[in-house]
Design a protein around this ligand. Sequence first.
Ligand code: FAD
Length: 266
Amino acid sequence: MKVVVCIKQTPSTTAVLTVDTGGNVKWDDPGGKPNVLNPWDEYAVEEGIRLKENHGATDVIVLTAGSEESQEALKTSLAMGCTAAILVSDAAFSGSDTTGTARILAAAINKVGGVDIAVFGKQAIDGDTGLTPMQVARKLGWTPLTYVSAIKEVGGGKITVERLLDDGKETVTANLPVVISVVKEINEPRYPSLMGIRKASRAEIPTWGAGDLAVAGGAGAAASKVDWSNIYAIPPRVGSVEMITADTVEEQARILADKLFEEKVI
Ligand SMILES: Cc1cc2nc3c(=O)[nH]c(=O)nc-3n(C[C@H](O)[C@H](O)[C@H](O)COP(=O)(O)OP(=O)(O)OC[C@H]3O[C@@H](n4cnc5c(N)ncnc54)[C@H](O)[C@@H]3O)c2cc1C
């Protein structure tokens, strides 16, 4: 059984979004923290590795579409225990919307060949749409299983999973191949081992470009139908503090109640 885990490298969780006067978006981390493996994707990587450990998967290939720097997130995934990594990177792909990204990932999964399960995180903490897994499933023509909180059984060409719903859980069985997106309830991601980190640091990660993939429908800025023309950080709330002074607590409470009443809070 072959598993592909799709991951994205994102800014660290403490990074702050800034937009300059030219409308260029930047993520800056005041603490100088580097980009990270998208936190939701840590659960996807862990589940991919567990498919090898518990359900007999032979290959757990971690895949990302991104810049050269995304190799770092791939190496983190290798250090955790993925068996191989692939970077898809090409200037022609930059500016892809989620549909373009899904077309690229579907083409890469097809090129890997013989994949039974593609595992995704729930969402990326920067783009934040949560659309990519479903769109990849659509492009591949595979069954999408979203919000998976447990993989119960894999075998006989089928997979049984538990899905987390707003007000409960449901168990679903589907024929392979499938695309699954996982939620944090599914597992506790492991830390990369020291040996894993050493091995991953020496790994040669193949890069596939536009010439290596048959991306049906196109990708990149020209093929994008969605334009994120106005991204901005929410301005900080401005507040003021007024201290209520009086001789007794009861008097303070009365003044406070009057003010809240005046402001129509109560
Ligand atoms: C600064 C900025 C500007 C952007 N501008 C535009 C724009 O103008 N138009 C537009 O449509 N979109 C724009 N995007 C969105 C960008 O194209 C998306 O990040 C990308 O398409 C994936 O969508 P997402 O980040 O919402 O991922 P989600 O759909 O939230 O991710 C869900 C899961 O899909 C997988 N995944 C997501 N991305 C990848 C990837 N690249 N490789 C492998 N797996 C992946 C991961 O498992 C992830 O957990 C912009 C994003 C940023 C940060």
